[in-house]
Design a protein around this ligand. Sequence first.
Ligand SMILES: *Cc1c(COP(=O)(O)O)cnc(C)c1O
Length: 222
Amino acid sequence: MTIKENLNEIKSQLPEHVSLVAVSKTKPISDLMEAYNAGQRIFGENKIQEMVDKWGTMPKDIQWHMIGHVQRNKVKYMAEFVNLIHGVDSFKLLKEIDKQAKKYNRAIDCLLQIKIAKEDSKFGISAEDAKMIISSDEFSELENIKIVGLMGMATFTDDMQQVESEFKYLKSAFTDLSKLNSENCELQTVSMGMSGDYQLAIDCGSNMIRVGSSIFGARNYN
Ligand SMILES: *Cc1c(COP(=O)(O)O)cnc(C)c1O
């Protein structure tokens, strides 16, 4: 199957309220252009430098999502153009994003990454920490960021019941935290679901899925 066929296949199964982030990390521009020419406009990358390089060469109507772990000292490289940062996991990072966005006179949309997996390796904060952040006075002073939702990654396991309970937990945290809406926090997006589990994620309330290998094929990290 070609990239275009893969994309069309996935899109034909998606309810209208679910947006598709095409995760293009490690893939060459030619692959991304194939997806672009098939109509895809949202691309997700997990390394800032790689995203900056691709942004520099590709058409300007693409929305670039940073889906990986973000180091504070690299925020400045993407502040001009990044459309959504999925992996925000501290107030310090939010403050840096706010500071860099101000230089471009814009507000950057962010998702708080909630740790829903059992594994230690997954980044993220607890729903309680998220609540503390968005209800703090310091947070309300940030004018150049906006929290628009939550992101989560389920445990890497074949146990679909485990995955389902983690997705349901993220959705319930979303419902809970939505009550705290403010000027710079308006939760709309639940980013969960990847190639192996996006159907389940949608059933559990996801409205943004991040799909890589089912579109572009397996990744080669060499
Ligand atoms: C790589 C990655 C994905 C996509 O994974 P696939 O299994 O290839 O669909 C989704 N989300 C994050 C955060 C990723 O790093």
